[in-house]
Design a protein around this ligand. Structure first.
Ligand SMILES: [Zn+2]
Ligand SMILES: [Zn+2]
Length: 422
């Protein structure tokens, strides 16, 4: 029987890996110029970390985790997200007692036992940033500006940024009671999920996907009207900072978080052109998370983006074709006898930093040119009888088909010049 990749997983094959490198490079560069450094945590953690750090009542923990016992009967889980792991590492290495804020980014695979569907996988990839140690609202703005900058650099200028404040445990508790009182008389009109959860967690009715639930609670009291003085001031500062940085946003009362450790700023970013699942990233402040994971009372804020979703957005709306070719120069020989010269020049080009390739399959001259096109080569160097006899190379522009004769001495510089490599 043929062995295939497990359901919900997929291989990223060349040349597609080139597209991943392109996006990952932009993610890393952007995070680094904003002062975030990469953190790499284990792919699996103790299950308890996610129960605490993601929340036992969430769909992720109740339905979607890859949990298994190892040979010593420890319960381990493949990470469904990375914020809890970052908080765990921060505590374990006492980063909180060093220089703050600790500004980290990560990039890598996450795992959720979800029903596979288009664009949804059981092993998927996320990029995210976390900043621990400060409650300063301008740090919230910085994180959002970084998120927007990533999209701009990917050519995704048409985005919608939704923001809200979910307050603090104090003001939210008051609001929770008001919301329950508002929902109770219309509870029969809610979907079955909302009927069971609204008393425990009425906020989740606000972000329910069912239209009927939204209609049933139309005109509901908003969290914004119930923020305490400090939370209202914090939110106002975030909005003011975004305006000053010319970042467009819209306040969204429905953007809420179901767990207690989320506080203040919540945000989500959408690319309208990519279909119903338009959110490419989201995040917010989680001032209670580090304490929840067993650490000190340390504030934090961050976001995560799905890389599959970003690639989809780049393909469908950015109008930008990522050149995933791996070759700039192709050496074509007209006779097997010139193999040694070809290989010598090939190595010289490569050692000069030029991505160069030749044929190893005995292709004809014509077939070599087709192959060069497939590899994405911009230039070809032709070595034939005349070239060998008179001691020059024919340098061909693959696009314009224009050919020039170049001496051995000038070939490297000439290629570099044409490729605009400094
Ligand atoms: Zn508050
Ligand atoms: Zn509902």
């Amino acid at each position: 029987m043929q062995i295939k990749a497990p359901r919900g997983t997929y291989d990223i094959l060349p040349p597609d890996t080139g597209r991943w490198h392109y996006v990952e490079k932009i993610l890393r560069e952007t995070a680094e110029i904003f002062g975030y450094q990469e953190v790499r945590t284990p792919i699996f953690e103790h299950t308890e970390l996610f129960e605490r750090g993601v929340g036992t009542s969430t769909d992720i923990v109740t339905k979607e985790m890859y949990t298994f016992k190892d040979k010593s009967s420890r319960s381990l889980t493949l990470r469904p997200e990375n914020t809890a792991s970052c908080a765990r590492a921060l505590i374990e290495h006492s980063i909180y007692s060093g220089i703050l804020p600790a500004k980290w980014y990560y990039i890598g695979p996450m795992f959720r036992y979800d029903r596979p569907q288009t664009g949804r996988y059981r092993q998927f990839h996320q990029f995210g940033v976390e900043a621990f140690g400060s409650n300063n609202p301008y740090l919230d703005a910085e994180v959002i500006i970084l998120l927007v900058e990533v999209l701009k650099r990917l050519g995704l200028n048409d985005y919608e940024l939704h923001i809200n404040s979910v307050g603090c445990p104090q003001c939210r508790e008051l609001y929770r009671q008001k919301l329950i009182a508002y929902i109770t008389p219309v509870k029969d009109k809610l979907c079955s999920d909302c009927q069971t959860r609204y008393e425990q967690n009425p906020l989740r009715v606000l972000d329910c996907k069912e239209d009927t639930c939204h209609r049933a609670i139309a005109g509901y009291p908003t969290l914004l009207e119930h923020l305490c003085h400090d939370c209202a001031r914090h939110y106002a500062a975030v909005k003011e900072a975004l305006k000053a940085s010319h970042i467009d946003f819209q306040h969204d009362d429905n953007l809420v978080r179901g767990l207690d450790y989320y506080t203040n700023t919540a945000f989500e970013i959408h690319i309208p052109g990519i279909g119903a699942q338009s959110a490419v990233g989201g995040g917010g402040r989680y001032n209670g998370l580090v304490a929840e994971c067993g650490g000190p009372d340390l504030p934090g804020i961050g976001f995560a983006m799905g890389i599959e979703r970003l690639l989809l957005a780049v393909d469908t709306v950015a109008g930008r074709e990522i050149n995933a070719g791996n070759t700039d120069v192709f050496i074509s020989i007209m006779n097997d006898a010139y193999e040694p010269q070809a290989l010598e020049l090939l190595t010289r080009l490569r050692l000069a930093g030029i991505r160069a390739e030749k044929d190893y399959m005995g292709r004809s001259g014509r077939a070599q040119m087709k192959y060069a096109d497939k590899l994405g080569a911009r230039l070809a160097i032709i070595i034939g009888e005349e070239e060998i006899a008179q001691g020059f190379y024919t340098l061909r522009d693959m696009q314009s088909k224009e050919q020039v004769q170049i001496s051995d001495q000038d070939i490297i510089n000439s290629v570099k010049h044409r490729l605009a490599i400094a």
